[in-house]
Each structure stands twice: as C-alpha cells, then as structure tokens.
Design a protein around this ligand. Structure first.
Ligand code: GLV
Ligand code: MN
Ligand code: MN
Ligand code: MN
Length: 414
C-alpha cells in the first residue's frame, strides 16, 4: 500500500491548533501580532511543546533560540531531514505566515507516527527565531546563524522600537527555556523542507493546490540615518535649517528613480520611517528609514543595491547621511530532489501543482548552501499576506501537510 493511503493527516486537529496559536497575539480583523522573542512568542513555543512532547518528540534549543523537535529514525547516526518555518509574525500579520509551516510539520510527523511508519533518518521539526524582522531587523536571524552565514553575536546590539536589545531578549528566552536540552548551533541536515502559504495570488487564480517552489528572489535591506539639527518651526528660516525630513524626502525620491523598472520586476519598499524628536513644531534632527530591495537576478540586485549609498549621499542638501546594509540574501535555487519529491507526493494525492518562484524571502534561502532544500506552497486567498485578512482554507492546509508527510517519508528513507 502506498504511504499516502496509510498516513492520515487530521484537517480538524491542524486547524484547531492554528486557531489556538492565532489567539496568542490576536489583533482586530483576525490578525496576529506576535513579535519575535516577546512573551507571546514564549507562550507560542510552550503551546507547541504541549502538543509535541506527549507524542514523544525530543525537544532541543540552540544558542539562537531555534527550537527543534526530533522524531527518531531507525538509524540515529544519519543526518536528519529538517522541516519547519517560523512562529513570529509581522506587527499587523495574519494567522498563517510562518506558524502554519511549523504546525504542518508537526501534523505530518504525527501522521507518520500514527501510521506506524519507521523512517531510516530522523525527522526534525524546526521553529526558526525571528524570521520576520518586524521587531528586530533583519529577518532570518535564526537560520542565518544556524547555517553559518553570519556569526551568532552579529545582532546582539540591534534594538527594537522600545530600545530593548536583541541579545538581552534572546538571553531572556533561553533562560525561560532552561528546562529544554541545549544543542550546539548548526548542523548539516540531509535535506530541508519549508511549508508556507504562497502569499501571492497565483495558485488560487489557477485553481491549483500546491506550489512546488523553484527558488527565491534576492533581497537586500539597508538602514538610512539622516542627521540634521533641531530648530524652532516658527522662527527658523527655511534657508538656515538642516531639516532631516526634507533630505529624507530627497533621498527617497532619488531612490525611486534608481529603482524604476519598466518591467515591474524590481521591488523597492520604504516600510519603516522614524523621525526625531517627532514634534509638530520642531524641525527634525534625525530621520531614519528602511530600504527593502528585491530582484530575482543577482546581477540586477547587485548593481542597484550597490548604488543605494551613493544615491542617498547625492541627494543630501543640508544633512549628513549614513547608509548601513543590514541584510543581503542572494537569489536562491531549490534542489531538484526536493522539488521532484514534492511534485510526486502531490500527484499521488491527486493534487494540482505548479512550479513557481517565491517573491517573499524565507529561512529556506539560508539552508540552500547547507543541504538540498525546498519549499511547499499552498494557496493564499486573494494573494493577501502580511495582513490580518491572510487566509487559507482548512482543506488547503490539510493538503499541504499531507504533501509534506509524503515528502518527509521519501527523503527520510532516501
Ligand atoms: C518575509 O516575510 C519577507 O518579507 O519576504
Ligand atoms: Mn513567513
Ligand atoms: Mn512574513
Ligand atoms: Mn517571511
């Protein structure tokens, strides 16, 4: 009998878990605000453990707070297959981005165990720390450190909007989870699979169930700080001001010109703006803004990204600017073995698939240099994501978990 006929993911169980998780940080309009390393993040990890430990999965946590749950294989000496995603959300996020990937991995492993299927390799579920970067920028810190792309202390001094340090908040998490066995940071999995909502409109528009993800476009993030001088809004003549907001506007206008793309492929976003002292009748002495730049072609991303600092500097009239690059993820291509295993598992279940790239970045991008990696997408209603209205149906999430179960058994026995 085929494994898919034996393994039964539970649509109801997975949906109930998703909705329970969505209570942790619930915001109006069905949204979720669960910032990385916040108390709510701690609670979501405890809730995950409350489901995983009774199944007999072995937990461990590394120095970045990445959380693992191990289903043992018949040969424990072999590198495990890793599957999961992240549990933090955007500040005005939805109920599915990230958390579904972790719960799908739990559902898949539970179905494998309930079917009594013994796999040669272990399967480990992972919840990566701070994928979103909404509280502490950039995102993907857990997976970047795990893969060795950046050393673990890199972001200790990054502060959130309340001035709390990433390093302190990470230490607080690790202290709260002192009862969970610690493991060394980083290892080489046999393969990595990340289930995720598509966050785009294609699968729904095409009436398809599963996206076999071929790769991820590249992303670069920058932080720009523009220093001027405070002044009285009523008395200081414009000609004598060093107004940080006015030079910020010039910089963003120049960046719009730099990133103009007649083909509408390049993505340029200023999503975060801060002005100090942020008073209506005081000229600002500091303006700070984020840049998120993306393109699937490494050459284009490199050329435009490398021109960001000079473009900002060239736009300054009265103020001084500093430009810091905080994130640089080159375009990634996923392994054909994982893509083919995903397509095969979906076809065995009679599901319609499409091969497609990802516009969003994901932890999987940083696993690519380490091991064969890939992603499984399910449809997102209206293509909406990073928004409270984010939605996939119970049947769609069940399909995703069922495909993942098939992929995990294939890879764990390879
Ligand atoms: C990840 O959330 C992204 O911004 O692509
Ligand atoms: Mn995500
Ligand atoms: Mn996201
Ligand atoms: Mn993401």
């Amino acid at each position: 009998m085929r494994q898919e006929q034996v393994m039964q993911v539970s649509e109801q169980r997975q949906w109930d878990r998703l909705m329970q998780m969505a209570q942790l940080g619930a915001i109006p309009g069905d949204g979720v605000n669960r910032a990385a390393l916040s108390d709510l993040d701690h609670q979501s990890r405890r809730l995950l453990l409350s489901w995983a430990l009774p199944l007999g999965l072995a937990p461990s946590v590394d120095a970045l707070g990445n959380l693992f749950l191990r289903h043992e294989g018949t040969d424990p000496s072999l590198p495990p297959v890793l599957a999961g995603s992240h549990m933090d959300s955007q500040p005005k996020g939805g109920r599915f981005d990230g958390i579904w990937g972790v719960l799908a991995a739990l559902e898949a492993v539970q179905a494998i165990r309930e079917a009594g299927i013994a796999t040669k390799r272990a399967i480990e579920i992972v919840a990566w720390t701070n994928e979103e970067g909404g509280r502490f920028a950039p995102g993907c810190m857990g997976s970047m450190a795990f893969s060795g792309y950046r050393p673990p202390g890199t972001w200790d001094d990054v502060k959130d909007k309340d001035g709390l340090r990433f390093g302190d908040e990470l230490a607080r998490l690790l202290a709260a989870e002192a009862d969970i066995p610690r493991r060394p940071l980083g290892f080489t999995p046999f393969a990595y699979v990340e289930p995720h909502i598509e966050q785009g409109p294609l699968l729904e528009a095409e009436g398809l169930d599963i996206g076999v993800v071929t790769g991820i476009q590249g992303s670069r993030w920058f932080l720009v700080e523009i220093a001027g001088k405070t002044d009285h809004a009523g008395t200081a003549p414009l000609s004598l001001r060093q107004d940080a907001v006015q030079d910020m506007l010039r910089a963003i206008t120049a960046l719009n010109a730099l990133t103009a793309d007649p083909e509408d492929v390049l993505r340029f976003t200023v999503g975060r703006v801060e002005v100090f002292p942020n008073s209506s009748n005081t000229v600002a002495d500091l303006a700070r803004f984020s840049i998120d730049l993306r393109h699937p072609d490494a050459a284009v991303l490199t050329a435009r990204g490398d021109a960001v600092a000079a473009t900002v500097q060239g736009a300054m009239v009265k103020c001084r600017a500093t430009v810091t690059e905080t994130f640089n993820a080159l375009p990634a291509r996923f392994d054909p073995m994982v893509q083919d295993a995903t397509e095969a598992a979906a076809r065995r279940l009679g599901l319609g698939i499409n091969r497609m790239p990802s516009g969003a970045f994901h932890d999987a991008q940083f696993l690519v240099p380490l091991c064969p990696s890939g992603m499984i997408f399910i449809p997102s209603r209206g293509g909406i994501s990073h928004h409270p209205a984010e939605y996939s149906t119970p049947g769609q999430v069940a399909n995703g978990a069922a495909v993942l179960a098939g992929v995990l058994v294939d890879l764990a026995d390879a």
